[in-house]
Write a protein that binds this ligand. Structure first.
Ligand SMILES: Cc1ncc(C[n+]2csc(CCOP(=O)(O)OP(=O)(O)O)c2C)c(N)n1
Ligand SMILES: *[C@@H]1O[C@H](CO)[C@@H](O)[C@H](O)[C@H]1NC(C)=O
Ligand SMILES: *[C@@H]1O[C@H](CO)[C@@H](O)[C@H](O)[C@H]1NC(C)=O
Ligand SMILES: [Mg+2]
Length: 598
């Protein structure tokens, strides 16, 4: 390829681009006819497709796309970094059931957006990444922020479209939205070249293109797979014969809004249940059949496990011994046929989780069975739960100062429970902080726990908080964050203040990743031995002051009374808040309970 030295500086190039945009506007005004440019047409299509929120970071060439979207009634939440905006978009898809949208500029903007797109893929949440891209006529010659974005998104995108001409915009927009929710939800990508965003068509042509593309939408994409009823019958036979059945459910069941169907199934059969971390709350953690506090017993001894919308991945120990019994029969319900082919369960049911659970319940109703409270398996689980809960309560009852993890976590748990319904959405990340929170905090309502998820992603915190507040304006959002986890996206506290979102961020400040310097003395050698440990941050960082820089409210809490007061005030004020909770840097596990995974 020939080298074309660029005769213009970057700034000159900007000036030229802006002049070109202004000229196009002027042409339009002169001709008097109302023209629609690519940016506006994209916004029109998004609004038409029912998109009501968008997250992102603007710049050339997509600023006017965001402005047009806002003008058409789409709320645009502007972030500092596409990474956080992308996490927001991914979890917005989970919370609402409709794809979350992330808008970025080309090149580095798109690359930062890959964090969100990959997180959507890992968690099976619907999301659309829309990026501007460089001018098609300069492809391969080093245009401003040039990148082959279609190639870059490939490992993380279920489906990608590039609108190579303004006439292709409507079909491209609808296809990425429909593909994001098709089958197993995930991320899709729409590429919008700068030249296409500047092209214009008449308003009537724009309308015609939209209507045509709408008529051509592939309806099959959004249809759920039909469940094979004979497999439902086989599943019921297996459950009926089981000595120690267990129902496991995860984010897929939460996404499908299977909670009411699940409650009926669990309560009519008396089968104990175990949620995955984000499945918590589909049925309340306080339900008498909840096996959460007896997890090892439940998975170690069950003989038939009905697993609904949860993958047998590392979080469920791959469904293998020694955690599971080697004879356990799995009945897997998953929307994705490939998932079932991968795991090779005793029985696989391809379908929507809610639909499947409703059919299971219906099939059982014709000839009901119920384990009953005195069933040995149910009793064994209940006793283990009682025993473990009692042990934990003994630990929680001690007020340890300087704080360990348990004492402040109990105070947060009680403050959240006291709020009642609608329960706050809990966001959590960190190692010790997240693990301790997972076992201490109580989830009573569906889709109210958002954590580091399938990928154990640090940095999701503020993006999740913002998306949750935007998706559920009636709920408070409470984030319980390790100081390292918080730091990944801490600048977005400004976004909280800017949109005045009811988010209370509690930072468990133990001076670093897993806490303070935990190296063995023999590890502290060499020319850089006096540097802080790779796990250490500046001790005593004033995280609560960070938010005050933008006009939010900060608290410092080193004692139970200080923390209780900070929570009481901030929960009732429903304003952006950061609470800096002083934790003993040497409290907690060496590297969280997920030690070998970190
Ligand atoms: C994107 C990403 N980067 C790095 C990690 C590795 N990692 C796991 S937990 C963690 C932070 C733990 O520290 P903190 O959030 O302060 O929690 P603590 O254990 O101190 O409560 C890190 C960096 C990760 N999981 N994800
Ligand atoms: C339904 O499942 C049964 C048992 O697995 C199988 O034999 C049958 O072919 C399936 N039917 C359809 C329509 O796929
Ligand atoms: C914030 O918390 C840390 C605890 O880890 C504490 O030492 C520090 O004093 C607090 N910051 C301020 C400014 O008080
Ligand atoms: Mg920490």
């Amino acid at each position: 390829m020939k080298n074309h030295p660029n005769p213009f500086s970057l700034l000159q190039l900007f000036a030229i681009k802006i002049a070109a945009i202004n000229m196009a506007d002027a042409d339009q005004e002169r001709s008097g006819s109302s023209m629609v440019d690519g940016n506006t047409l994209v916004a029109m299509c998004l609004a038409r497709a029912g998109v009501d929120r968008m997250f992102g970071v603007v710049g050339i060439p997509v600023t006017s796309l965001a402005n047009s979207a806002v003008a058409l009634g789409v709320r645009f939440i502007a972030f500092h970094n596409e990474q956080s905006a992308g996490y927001a978009a991914s979890v917005y898809g989970y919370l609402t059931g409709r794809p979350g949208l992330l808008l970025t500029v080309s090149g580095p903007g798109c690359v930062h957006g890959l964090a969100g797109l990959s997180n959507a893929a890992a968690n099976a949440w619907p999301m659309v990444l829309i990026s501007g891209s460089s001018d098609q006529s300069f492809t391969g010659r080093g245009d401003f922020q040039e990148l082959d974005q279609i190639e870059a998104v490939k490992p993380f995108s279920k489906f990608s479209a590039k609108a190579t001409d303004i006439s292709r915009i409507p079909a491209s927009v609808f296809s990425v939205i429909d593909w994001a929710v098709a089958g197993r939800p995930g991320g899709t990508y729409l590429d919008l070249p700068t030249d296409v965003l500047r092209q214009t068509v008449s308003e009537s042509e724009a309308d015609r293109l939209i209507i045509q593309a709408e008529n051509e939408r592939n309806k099959e994409l959004i249809e759920k797979p039909r469940i094979n009823y004979s497999e439902i019958q086989t599943a019921v036979q297996l459950l009926r014969k089981a000595q120690r059945p267990l129902i496991v459910f995860g984010k897929g069941a939460a996404f499908a809004r299977a909670e009411n169907a699940l409650r009926k199934l669990v309560e009519s059969t008396g089968i104990p249940f175990l949620p995955t971390p984000m499945g918590k709350g589909l049925l309340s953690d306080t339900h008498e059949l909840a096996a959460t506090a007896a997890r090892s017993l439940a998975i170690g001894k069950c003989d038939v496990a009905l697993v609904i919308g949860a993958r047998l991945n590392w979080l469920l120990h791959f469904g293998e011994p020694p955690k599971w019994s080697k004879d356990v029969k799995f009945i897997l319900v998953d929307v994705c046929k490939e998932e079932i082919e991968l795991r090779k369960p005793s029985l696989g049911i391809v379908g929507d989780a809610k639909d499947a659970v409703e059919k299971l319940h219906k099939e059982i109703k014709d000839d009901p069975f119920c384990l009953g409270k005195t069933h040995p398996w149910v009793e064994a689980i209940k006793n283990k739960v009682k025993e473990n809960v009692a042990k934990m309560e003994v630990q929680l009852a001690k007020e340890i100062v300087p704080f360990n993890f348990l004492t402040p976590m109990k105070i947060i748990r009680d403050a959240i429970l006291e709020m009642g319904s609608p329960a706050p959405i809990l966001v959590s990340e960190g190692a010790n902080t997240m693990d301790v929170g997972r076992s201490v905090l109580v989830q009573t309502e569906p889709r109210t726990r958002l954590d580091a998820g399938t990928w154990g992603t640090m940095g999701v915190g503020l993006g999740y908080c913002i998306a949750a507040a935007v998706a559920s304006p009636d709920r408070l959002v409470v984030a319980v964050e390790g100081d390292s986890g918080f730091g990944f996206s801490a600048m977005e506290v400004e976004t909280l203040v800017r949109y005045q979102l009811p988010v209370v961020v509690v930072v468990f400040n133990n001076d670093g990743v897993y806490g303070g310097d935990r190296r063995n003395p023999d590890e502290i050698t060499g020319p850089y031995k006096d540097d802080p440990a790779p796990t250490s941050f500046v001790p005593g960082a004033a995280y609560h002051v960070l938010l005050e820089a933008f006009g939010g409210k900060g608290y410092l809490a080193g004692t139970p009374d200080e923390l209780k007061k900070a929570l009481a005030e901030s929960f009732s004020a429903r304003r952006p808040t950061v609470i800096n909770v002083t934790i003993d840097p040497y409290a907690g596990a060496e590297s969280g309970r997920l030690q070998h995974k970190n």
